[in-house]
Design a protein around this ligand. Structure first.
Ligand code: FES
Length: 352
């Protein structure tokens, strides 16, 4: 059997009818993409049947025909020749897109509820020695996740929880102990930490060096629930809770790369955290089926939507609703380092 033909370098978005049988073209020859029209006869390829599980089910059927998750896109198209297209930020169309005027507050609004939030303009609250601000919430338009940024200069933070939400921490600076429902875990800069639904946690910096961290709660949650005492119901079925940066685990996405931090490999099935690098470039505008929080760790650039763009720099966070057309441009020679949290989803390389 020879290689399939690349019908399209991106997946096909489809909304399905519950119970209906769909036959995905695997050979790439069909003229009814992404579906079979019988053209595979004699090629050795067979169509792949998929029965829709629910009304209006949204799927991305693979167009490049090289996926390992047939019939769905798994991001393989990004690494095919020409699969991850770039865009010219200086094209006449792009030059006509205005920059969002400088804001008094922390939020620069783009199209479709997408925004850039600058931590250096945020209003902070305090709870004991914990100084924090809300970056993403339902009140700010999110449907699937909340994000807080917090700082602890010294000593144990208050004990906090988010009810039955999945909670993922990212330590942007500092080292210390994260106590999760009674279990003490060491973590440092660049680590992702997973707190299971129903658990509570507390962060204690090592020595005098402060800890700066991001806290994601999924699905979206309100304020942290402050606890007087540490519960002892650590979920021992998932003992591994910290995932650090490991260059050996990087996955290429054209000239970009990413590495999974907290993900399904340690029990986080619906929310996924990754760290990644974007070289100086502007991606072609695209969409995702997941809602995303993108923390800019270093570098600078521009976040683009259809009719607006906003500058971004280290310390900013981008909130990206599902299906919103967008493009992130890294403008510094050294590129941009980011941490993303996506929900619902387990693969940040799937785009359409
Ligand atoms: S379109 Fe084939 S893997 Fe994405």
């Amino acid at each position: 059997m020879s290689e399939p033909v690349i019908a399209n370098r991106k997946p096909y978005y489809q909304e399905l009818k519950q119970g209906r049988r769909y036959y995905w073209c695997s050979c790439g020859h069909s003229t009814r993409q992404p579906f079979c029209d019988g053209s595979h006869k004699g090629t050795g390829f067979e169509p792949v049947e998929y029965v829709a599980r629910e009304a209006g089910e949204e799927v991305l059927f693979c167009g490049c025909k090289h996926t390992k998750d047939r019939p769905f896109c798994d991001g393989t198209h990004n690494n095919l020749p020409g699969g991850y297209a770039e865009d010219d930020p200086n094209s006449p169309e792009n030059r006509a897109i205005p920059v969002v005027p400088t804001q008094e507050g922390p939020t620069a609004m783009l199209d479709g509820g997408c925004y850039v939030f600058s931590l250096d303009k945020a209003e902070y609250k305090t709870k004991g020695n914990f100084r924090y601000c809300r970056v993403i919430s339902e009140a700010q338009g999110a449907r699937y996740q909340s994000l807080f940024y917090g700082e602890i200069d010294a000593g144990a933070s208050p004990i906090m929880g988010f009810g039955d939400r999945h909670v993922i921490l990212f330590l942007a600076q500092g080292t210390g102990t994260v106590t999760i429902s009674g279990r003490e875990i060491s973590a440092g800069t660049g680590d992702g930490v997973y707190v299971r639904p129903g658990e509570a946690f507390q962060v204690t910096p090592s020595g005098d060096a402060p800890v700066r961290l991001f806290i994601s709660a999924c699905p979206a949650a309100g304020e942290p629930e402050w606890r007087e005492t540490m519960p002892d119901k650590f979920d021992a079925a998932i003992p591994r809770r910290v995932v650090g940066i490991d260059p050996a685990r990087r996955q290429a996405m054209a000239a970009r790369y990413f590495q999974m931090l907290v993900d399904k490999s340690i029990g986080s099935d619906v929310v996924t955290q990754f760290i990644g690098h974007i070289p100086k470039s502007k991606a072609e505008p695209h969409r995702h089926l997941y809602e995303e929080a993108l923390i800019i760790l270093s570098g600078e650039g521009m976040m683009w939507t259809e009719t607006r763009k906003a500058p971004v720099k280290g310390g900013d966070v981008i909130f990206l609703p599902r299906k919103q057309l967008h493009s992130l441009e890294a403008t510094a020679e050294a590129g941009m380092d980011v941490v993303g949290v996506i929900y619902p989803g387990d693969n940040p390389s799937i785009n359409y």
